[in-house]
Design a protein around this ligand. Structure first.
Ligand code: GCV
Length: 639
């Protein structure tokens, strides 16, 4: 691999040899990190920068004072120093000359989940194979893994899980001495960068690894198993963050299989972690994945709240419930989960997905930052937006990683912006998509004010438009799930319609959508009253997700006077035009871009254009065939 290539360097990835972390001397480490980055970015001309711990600063916080020749970085702790070093590099790269920067994270835990399997594959991975696993065991390229740790630390990520939540036997073995021999080494790589590891564990580990006949959490032998497993792990990795569990979900076993509620299963593992200071991250992605499509009463979006809300307060204090942002599954448009902020006596985290499972699989350009800002903006009640809960009731922000061993880390060069944005917005949810995107483009391509070529602002605009362009050619108005079953790329409007996954839009010749108001499935009743009423009332329901909540006829009039069917046709034509616009912009930048970056993105844009056309034609034909209402503008629809 050519480690000096544009994509490999990411936003400021230093290259070259790595001087070993000298135990405990974090100021030195932070300084070395700074110098490395400085040499990479600006050459050998070293800056007179000093690094000092200042216990008066908040944990992980830092301050930077001085100017571009003699700056001082102070950190509230070792990680704070390191974050300050990276932030100073960012500021220098962006041409800033004097500094009075004070910053601290708003959210204590900023976590990446890797869905990496023991065989080296990555579930929903679109950037090559795992950075952690090969041929059934932990396996990595050490310099590269260090560069990865640096990449994550540079944007403030402080915990990572290294194996898929769908745990199979190979990765379940991380709880054994054999598995820990390897994992211990991974922890050593990430430790100097202030990043702790988490392990995804299988609920049936007592049977798989402990030779027990049951995993029933009420069985004392099962509790013993977890106690011993936790003690073994913490002996080898004393600063492990804890365990992550997907239970009773998509064919993974859990407490429900033994007749218990979720708290019973979670607490037995949490109690094993407790003496070691570990946290149990317990996922709330629970629903019936074997639903009969004829059943119109069960409504999958209700499942997480119905499962967890009644047991609020029953979880031990080292359990954090990990809630996906939406009640469906990382869709392009869905309302926020009503579970977020609802549980007053239970700790919670918010789960995003950086991997573009339903959002173009790193072939299509898609800015998650724009969607995350919209998610943070969604109301929790009449006075608070979701953003206001983050760092308070919601104490961790988690995301499924989009990284792999592809040379550019993220499959699509533009998808690096999502990894960068995740770190920055998890650190500070008040940052806008525009701010973090501008940061990434100027760090990656150079700041226009300095290089005066306009690449960063042109790319920022492309990225900021990309979420809405993608949404335009996708499933309309929050309807969700019109994708191919299983692999989730490309349009298949009825793909999930007669399947068991509980995801139905129920389109007929007159109307589409599920009535989720209290007159329908009752899903809206799970929200705070203000939000419930907002979504129930057609006059106040945000139009872009009106079909998530309501069943509407094709001739329903939207606020701009257009019928719904006409809106669908218009947006699907516009979506393709949007991608054509991206191609024109990118071509106009050709002479200003590194050849490799130009060619790479140009190729992806061609794939995206094919995809957008396919979506446009399939969706428009589907709705024309259902409704028998033509396009007012007479454009080509395939009948
Ligand atoms: C790890 C979706 C994905 C699955 C994933 C699951 C989850 O259903 O398609 O691949 O499994 O979410 O979040 O657990």
């Amino acid at each position: 691999m050519d480690k000096t290539s544009f994509g490999y360097r990411a936003w400021f990835q230093p290259t070259g040899s790595f001087s070993t972390f000298s135990g405990g001397k974090y100021a030195l480490f932070a300084e070395e990190e700074f110098q490395r980055g400085h040499v990479e970015l600006f050459g050998e001309d070293k800056k007179g920068v000093s690094f000092e711990i200042n216990k008066n600063l908040p944990a992980e916080g830092f301050s930077i004072t001085g100017d571009a020749t003699t700056a001082k970085v102070e950190g509230g702790c070792e990680s704070g120093l390191l974050y300050g070093a990276y932030r100073l590099l960012f500021a220098l790269r962006r041409g800033e000359q004097t500094f009075t920067i004070n910053d601290k994270p708003a959210v204590p835990l900023r976590i990446l989940n890797h869905w990496d399997n023991g065989d080296g594959s990555v579930e929903r991975g679109y950037s090559g194979d795992s950075l952690f696993w090969r041929n059934g065991m932990v396996g990595y390229d050490l310099p590269r893994l260090r560069d990865y740790a640096r990449l994550l630390a540079s944007v403030g990520i402080n915990q990572i899980s290294v194996n898929n939540v769908n745990v199979r036997l190979l990765t379940a073995k991380l709880l054994t001495d054999e598995g820990l021999n390897d994992l211990e080494k991974v922890a050593e790589v990430f430790r100097p960068f202030g990043i702790k590891l988490l392990i995804s564990v299988h609920f049936d580990s007592p049977v798989w690894l402990g030779g027990l006949k049951t995993s029933d959490p009420a069985d004392p032998k099962v509790a013993d198993f977890w106690n011993e497993a936790a003690a073994r792990v913490y002996k080898r990795i004393p600063d492990l963050g804890g365990f992550l569990v997907k239970a009773d979900s998509e064919f993974q076993s859990g407490p429900n299989a033994f007749g218990h509620t979720q708290d019973v299963g979670a607490n037995v593992i949490a109690r094993a972690l407790k003496p070691h200071g570990g946290t149990l991250h317990w996922r709330c992605f629970i629903y019936n994945c074997l639903q009969d499509w004829r059943d119109t009463v069960t409504d999958r979006p209700k499942a997480a709240y119905d499962t967890f809300f009644p047991i609020d307060g029953k979880f031990d204090d080292n359990v954090i419930l990990q809630v996906k942002y939406g009640p469906s599954d990382f869709q392009v448009r869905e309302p926020n989960s009503p579970l977020l902020g609802a549980m007053k006596a239970t700790r919670e985290s918010l789960e995003f997905q950086i991997a573009q499972e339903y959002t173009g699989q790193q072939k299509d350009m898609y800015s998650w930052a724009v969607q995350w800002e919209e998610i943070f903006d969604q109301p929790f009640n009449e006075t608070r937006a979701t953003r206001d809960l983050v760092g308070k009731e919601i104490e961790a922000v988690v995301a499924v990683s989009n990284t792999g061993n592809d040379e550019n880390w993220c499959g699509h060069l533009m998808s690096q912006s999502n990894l960068y944005a995740f770190g920055r917005m998890a650190w500070n949810p008040a940052l806008t998509a525009k701010e973090v995107t501008e940061e990434w483009t100027s760090l990656t391509f150079g700041k226009s004010d300095i290089v005066a070529d306009g690449v960063d602002s042109a790319v920022t605009k492309m990225l900021l438009d990309s979420r809405h362009v993608y949404e335009k050619y996708n499933a309309p108005l929050g309807i969700c799930w019109m994708v191919y079953v299983h692999h989730h790329y490309g349009p298949s409007p009825d793909g999930y319609e007669y399947a068991k996954w509980g995801t139905y839009h129920r389109a007929d010749h007159k109307a589409i959508g599920v009535d989720r108001t209290r007159k329908g499935t009752g899903y809206t009743a799970q929200y705070q009253p203000y939000v419930r009423d907002l979504y129930e009332n057609l006059d106040t329901c945000p139009e872009e997700m009106v079909l998530y909540f309501h069943r509407l006829p094709y001739d329903y009039k939207l606020s701009d006077g257009r019928t719904m069917i006409q809106y669908i046709y218009d947006t699907h034509f516009e979506g393709v035009e949007g991608v054509e616009g991206f191609i024109r912009t990118w071509e106009s930048l050709k002479s200003k871009l590194p050849d490799e970056a130009y060619a790479h993105v140009r190729k992806r844009l061609d794939m995206q254009l094919d995809n957008a056309k396919e979506w446009r034609d399939v969706i428009n034909s589907y709705f024309y065939r259902k409704s028998n209402i033509g396009d007012e503008k007479g454009r080509r629809i395939y009948i």
